[in-house]
Design a protein around this ligand. Structure first.
Ligand SMILES: Cc1cc2nc3c(=O)[nH]c(=O)nc-3n(C[C@H](O)[C@H](O)[C@H](O)COP(=O)(O)OP(=O)(O)OC[C@H]3O[C@@H](n4cnc5c(N)ncnc54)[C@H](O)[C@@H]3O)c2cc1C
Length: 497
């Protein structure tokens, strides 16, 4: 194995690597784990199906970003009693390449619940890992001058209602407020995990192999001997060559969709739970028009929030590019939508994101499926109502919720009738960027995929560390928890040998 970064241009048609630990997937979980394992003196090889990127490569264009940085070129969708785009990143850095850098420590009630429910965190060190992540990715609040009006009017509305609104903690210490986090950070101000944990790991004996998709395994008894895969042409995504990695220990960190698919495809988790228990944190937006100029694209993309965790949701600002803005509107196509878009400079955007509890989802090789629960649907609708209320309190003259048929609201009295709690999910426009739970951790081998140390039940040397291992829905933006999970599992792996 050669230390450093490797990519498609330099691969032979077929190559083989020997190392101590092989990691599949260079996202939040995989990179945080790589750092722990490398610092423990192990020789680590990381394989990632996407590319290595520099911030100067990124273009503020949806077609470019979807093609290069998004799983399934931005078309990944869950189907069920409605439809739900399920975003995910691809590339060295994983979804942190395209996330908004929002950072929450794992909520204490969740840590307690996981400990009681499944024996999570057997060494009692998880909260130390969370603190380590917080420091390493340099979480802090961006100053008011880079927040932009979209965040300021939202704060003003919340405060008018007596609700506590705060600037979000973010892992973007150099944020310049250019508003395109989800297309790759062009300024380098965001600390995606390739810049933090992976950069630290690369000071040690680590090789990072981009454009390499893991597909197969060689196993013997209860041990995995090798993982095999294909090199991908980064432009066409066509498989071109072959690779094999032999290691003492293997870590699957392909994310909440990639990891269960890899395990299922190779018969590695046959108890029927792999791919189940999908949670999604569905989110939906509200658009508001003001007399003042907002220019939502200037400033921190997602900078402010109102904490309604006790009620099952958070309100958070958001910004999108105008083309996405248009596609997400529920205004009638034609004059109504055109008139709304003509006022783009005066438009503010925020939304509700829920802590899903009664939604049932699953990942298979063929798709992602879900049944949006009644309770969750109503909580999301209540979040949209709260967001509309907030915007009227901030001085909006028109509000458009993402509910088909709700129409343009001009007064807060119209909110309840426009957003009835029995609205079917088919009339709601929502998106999910936080899938989790599909290789859930547990202490009962019949009802979970990995044990409390992240080891796949039935295997001596196969582990999973990413958002798929969450035992339940988290309720807050997950990147910090995913990285802390990566550290927790890697510490256990480093101790086995
Ligand atoms: C648009 C968007 C915005 C978000 N905003 C925020 C935010 O502001 N704050 C927050 O906390 N969270 C946010 N998230 C969520 C957060 O980024 C993810 O929860 C987190 O990155 C998940 O980490 P992971 O390790 O599970 O997977 P990922 O970070 O997704 O990494 C998985 C990696 O594995 C690779 N992979 C998959 N299968 C294979 C295979 N077979 N072989 C090789 N490689 C493979 C993938 O290409 C990917 O790079 C956002 C997510 C998205 C999509």
């Amino acid at each position: 194995m050669q230390r450093g970064k490797h990519s498609f241009e330099h691969y032979a048609e077929s190559f083989e690597i020997d190392c101590d630990v092989a990691i599949l997937g260079a996202g939040a979980g995989g990179c945080a784990a790589a750092c722990v394992l490398a610092e423990a003196g192990l020789k680590v090889a990381v394989f990632e199906e996407g590319r290595h990127w520099k911030n100067t490569d990124f273009k503020p264009s949806n077609p470019w970003a979807f093609k290069n940085l998004y799983q399934e070129r931005g078309t990944r969708i869950a189907l069920g009693n409605g439809w739900l785009p399920v975003n995910g990143g691809k590339g060295v850095g994983g979804s942190t390449l395209i996330n908004s850098a929002i950072s929450f420590k794992t909520p204490q009630p969740i840590v307690r619940d996981w400990r009681e429910r499944v024996g999570f965190d057997p060494d009692g060190r998880f909260l130390e890992h969370v603190e380590h992540v917080w420091e390493t990715i340099q979480v802090g609040k961006n100053p008011p001058q880079v927040q932009g009006n979209n965040n300021h009017v939202f704060k003003r509305g919340a405060e008018a209602l007596g609700w506590k609104a705060e600037f979000l903690d973010r892992s973007a210490p150099g944020c310049t407020g250019c508003g395109v986090c989800q297309l790759g950070c062009p300024s380098g101000g965001k600390n995606s995990v390739d810049k933090t944990y992976l950069a630290l790991a690369l000071r040690h004996d680590v090789g990072v192999y981009a454009d390499c998709k893991a597909t197969g395994v060689v196993k013997e008894g209860q041990r995995v001997l090798a993982i095999t895969g294909r090199t991908l042409d980064p432009d066409s995504q066509e498989p071109v060559g072959h690779w094999t990695v032999r290691a003492d220990r293997f870590l699957v960190s392909g994310g909440p969709i990639g990891s269960p698919r890899f395990l299922m495809a190779n018969g590695l988790a046959p108890n029927g739970h792999c791919g189940l228990h999908l949670h999604l944190h569905p989110a939906s937006a509200v658009y508001a028009l003001f007399h003042e100029r907002i220019e939502h694209w200037r400033g921190v993309s997602q900078g402010t929030y109102v904490d309604r965790w006790d009620e099952g949701y958070l309100l958070q600002t958001a910004t999108v590019t105008p083309d996405n803005n248009f596609l997400g509107l529920t205004a009638q196509l034609g004059p109504e939508a055109n008139a709304f878009m003509a006022q783009l400079q005066h438009m503010a955007i925020a939304g509700a994101i829920i802590h899903d509890e009664d939604t049932v989802g699953r990942v298979t090789q063929d798709g992602i499926f879900f049944e949006f629960g009644d309770q969750d649907r109503q909580i999301l609708l209540k979040g949209l109502r709260a967001c509309a209320q907030l915007y009227f309190a901030a001085g909006a003259h028109t509000v458009l919720p993402s509910v088909v048929g709700a129409g343009l609201l001009t007064s807060p009295d119209q909110i309840e009738a426009a957003i009835p709690l029995d609205t079917p999910f088919t009339r709601m426009i929502a998106v999910a960027s936080h899938p989790m739970g599909t290789c859930r951790m547990g202490d009962d081998r019949q009802r979970s995929v990995v044990d409390p140390r992240g080891r796949v039940w039935g295997w001596d040397n196969l582990f999973v560390a990413d958002a798929s291992t969450f035992p339940t829905s988290l309720g807050v933006n997950p990147q910090v928890t995913v990285m802390a999970m990566g550290r927790l599992v890697a510490e256990g792996m480093a101790a086995t040998g």
